[in-house]
Write a protein that binds this ligand. Structure first.
Ligand code: IMP
Length: 422
């Protein structure tokens, strides 16, 4: 933890690395936990005091009483979903208003953005992105085309602004011949969500964060999605619509690059991806099924089967470079406990050409693997590195050599206690 700095905790592959659990281990050290990008397309599952919560827009520091949580300007917020998420926390006894501050500059996801998300996907036919359907793409598109609405807009003359944007959306939908939708009930709840949002501190969070940094406070920027879903650096066009990388922390919270401290890159001992798009390490056989089943790899937001494969050093090296990762965190190591051998993707190959650099178009590339011995030992009861079987130590050492960044935290099971700090 760095005082007066923003540390970033980022998924560095395709998201779903298990940030929820780690943030929960991290938050006690920080004064502020902030989300800087994305919206309810994220789903961090957190088990707190025996109760399971799925956080979508609210930062994971919300469970610690004395932490300030910030939804930054780089985020997009759906008032109805925010209300449902927040009320669940309130019902469980968490007081939110003094500890959850929302940027006035964050953009609003309208019900019609979600319809547009479906309409654009339908229009793409075979080339669907496989979005979460939460209206993320249309909302960020509108932010870029300067027609969107921001949280701060709900404070003044909102009904007229809302009606104008909705009319514009309806016109686009008519032009797309996408008219078979009914958002009456959704819109009612959404407006209720807007009223509910008004009861929260809607602030200039970038000023608040910078003031806290000047006072020597520490901030944890909690990532969403992953580097390979970043709008610039991911497997475009099969990506999300925001900058999920460490650069996004600066723009999404309003902090300068020299305020970034540690960059923690989180990955799994294997790979997963939800939605469409290239995934060279994907396993279509029973090994992939076994990883999915043991790792419980089903989407937190959509419930979809996650695509599974071996760890991908090409993607990891690329992500480490783009993000400036200073420490690695490897999750779900125990999922590989029963495998006799474990593969690691060391390069991609297409038409006889091999590369260890992330290609412009990852479509059609095959993974080139190195095979390592499995440890075939139950890691879940282990509490220190000294107990690790040699083959697991070798796996860690191999990854560290290949990635040139230390793996400082290892997770060997879903419980918070099953986290080993080296
Ligand atoms: P969108 O963010 O809903 O537009 O979806 C774009 C792509 O990002 C799709 O392939 C989604 O499955 C993927 N995606 C979005 N959010 C997450 C996440 O939190 N974890 C994993 N994949 C995600």
């Amino acid at each position: 933890m760095s005082k007066g700095k923003v540390d970033a905790l980022l998924g560095i592959v395709f998201g779903d690395e298990g940030k929820g659990k780690v943030v929960d281990v991290f938050t006690p050290k920080y004064d502020i936990v902030a989300r800087f990008a994305g919206g309810p397309n994220a789903g961090h599952t957190i088990i707190f005091e025996g109760k399971k919560f799925v956080l979508r827009s609210i930062p994971s520091g919300i469970f610690a009483e004395d932490k300030i949580n910030i939804i930054g300007n780089g985020c997009v917020v759906a008032p109805d979903l925010f209300m449902a998420e927040a009320k669940e926390l309130e019902d469980a006894g968490y007081e939110l208003r003094s500890r959850l501050h929302i940027s006035k500059r964050a953009h609003l996801i309208l019900p019609t953005h979600r319809v547009l998300d479906r309409a654009y996907e339908a229009a793409k036919g075979k080339n669907k992105v496989g979005t979460t359907g939460k209206g993320i793409g249309p909302t960020y598109s509108e932010k870029a085309s300067r027609t969107g609405l921001r949280i701060g807009d709900i404070l003044e003359n909102f009904d007229a602004k809302y009606a104008a944007l909705k009319t514009r959306h309806e016109e686009i939908l008519r032009n797309l011949n996408y008219t078979d939708y009914d958002i009456t009930e959704e819109e009612r709840l959404w407006m209720e969500g807007v009223e509910y949002l008004r009861t929260f501190p809607l602030t200039d969070t970038e000023i608040e964060i910078n003031r806290a940094l000047r006072e020597g406070k520490s901030v944890l920027a909690e990532g969403a999605q992953g580097t390979m879903l970043d709008i610039d650096h991911g497997t475009y066009p099969f990506v999300s619509s925001s900058n999920t990388v460490s650069g996004g922390v600066c723009t999404g919270l309003g902090v300068a690059p020299n305020k970034i401290g540690e960059v923690f890159g989180i990955f799994k001992a294997y790979s997963t991806r939800v939605g469409s798009g290239p995934f060279p390490v994907e396993l279509f056989d029973e090994t992939g099924d076994k990883i999915r089943q043991i790792g419980n790899e089903y989407g937190a937001v959509t419930g979809r089967n996650r695509r599974c494969g071996w760890v991908d050093l090409v993607a990891l090296r690329y992500a480490i470079t783009i993000n400036g990762v200073t420490q690695l965190i490897m999750m779900k190591s125990d999922v590989l406990d029963t495998f006799k051998t474990i593969k690691v993707c060391v390069a991609y190959e297409k038409d006889g050409v091999k590369t260890t650099d992330m290609p412009f178009d990852t479509e059609g590339w095959q993974a080139v693997y190195k095979e390592l011995p499995g440890w075939q030992t139950d890691l879940t009861e282990m509490t220190s590195e000294a107990q690790f079987p040699q083959a697991f130590k070798d796996y860690i050492a191999y990854l560290e050599r290949a990635l040139e960044v230390p793996i400082t935290i290892l997770s060997v099971g879903p419980d918070r206690a099953q986290t080993i700090i080296r």
